[in-house]
Design a protein around this ligand. Structure first.
Ligand SMILES: N[C@@H](CCC(=O)N[C@@H](CSC=O)C(=O)NCC(=O)O)C(=O)O
Length: 283
């Protein structure tokens, strides 16, 4: 494997789950990610589905808790889950808050010191990681989809809306769809991007969708018992933005579900099927 260290590997649903580390040229520090290769990948290259996790998560949470491998094996998709931030960078205070710094890279390219040198999660996810996947795994790199949860749902929407040619499908669980209006978003954008809110717009799905519609319908699941629903997630802002530009959106409010992985696991099959169909159809 070029430039990758395999740290552990497990057989799962006839396929292979591996955890990897590597020296990242984008984040200038060691980065980690997980890859699930379905059994079909033994015979031929398969489409790739990236999952971006939420605040405090690592590359492990999704693979351990979502129950996704069963469906990835059924539909023949490779799953890739990166860590949520650089770690152990030496930046003073990087571990002080659970919603800023370590575990909270927010999928932006930081422009502010001292974060700028390492916190380049947008470029890492969109450029360096897909290049590593293409070089080291049996991946159909022209068939990539992306999804995520909460902070990672925000990241997935931003990556897809800014790079519709790279991502043929996008979906999210309880995403932060209007970070410029949410306390989490305002805190991290101030720290990573500075006070000029023009630069924040590049990382706000509700702003981006108004600039350029996405080529395919977007799927979002949102629990009604999610404690972050009304102050942090603000799905109604995205609904309004999509309506303004006639962007097809399926937003499903799931009665009684909270923000956690029991919710994600309940609807993971729908999301994987949605991506499998879209990636199969894509050119
Ligand atoms: N520590 C926090 C709770 C953090 C939390 O709920 N993280 C979510 C994502 S929230 C938005 O991005 C998560 O996915 N956690 C990982 C998991 O495995 O559940 C607190 O004390 O409130």
């Amino acid at each position: 494997m070029t430039n990758l260290t395999l740290t552990s590997e497990y057989k799962s649903f006839g396929g292979k789950l591996g955890f990897y580390s590597h020296a990242s040229s984008t984040c200038n520090v060691e980065m980690r990610f997980a890859v699930y290769q379905p059994p079909q990948a033994l015979q031929k290259p398969v489409p790739v589905l990236y999952f971006l996790s939420g605040l405090t998560s690592t590359e492990e949470n999704f693979m351990m808790k979502a129950g996704a491998q069963r469906y990835a094996a059924e539909y023949g998709l490779m799953l890739v889950a990166p860590d949520t931030s650089p770690r152990n960078t030496g930046i003073p205070g990087e571990d002080d808050d659970w919603d800023f710094g370590t575990g909270a890279g927010f999928y932006v390219d930081a422009t502010e010191e001292p974060w700028h040198q390492h916190y380049q999660m947008y470029s890492y996810v969109v450029q360096e990681l897909p290049a590593l996947i293409a070089a080291n795994f049996p991946a159909q790199i022209d068939k990539q989809g992306i999804f995520g949860h909460s902070m990672g749902g925000h990241g997935a929407l931003v990556c897809a809306l800014r790079n519709p040619q790279l991502y043929k499908s996008v979906s999210a669980f309880a995403p932060i769809v209007a970070p410029m209006r949410s306390p989490w978003g305002q805190k991290v954008f101030s720290g990573y991007l500075g006070s000029n809110q023009e630069s924040w717009r590049l990382y706000d799905a509700s702003e981006l969708v108004k600039q350029a519609k996405y080529h395919s319908p977007i799927l979002i699941d949102q629990g009604t018992a999610d404690k972050y629903l009304t102050d942090q997630l603000l799905p109604e802002v995205f609904v309004q933005a999509c309506a303004e530009v006639n962007q097809p959106l399926t937003l499903r409010y799931q009665e009684g579900y909270d923000h956690g992985y029991y919710f994600i696991a309940s609807f993971i099959e729908d999301h994987i099927r949605y991506h499998a169909i879209a990636l199969e159809k894509s050119q």
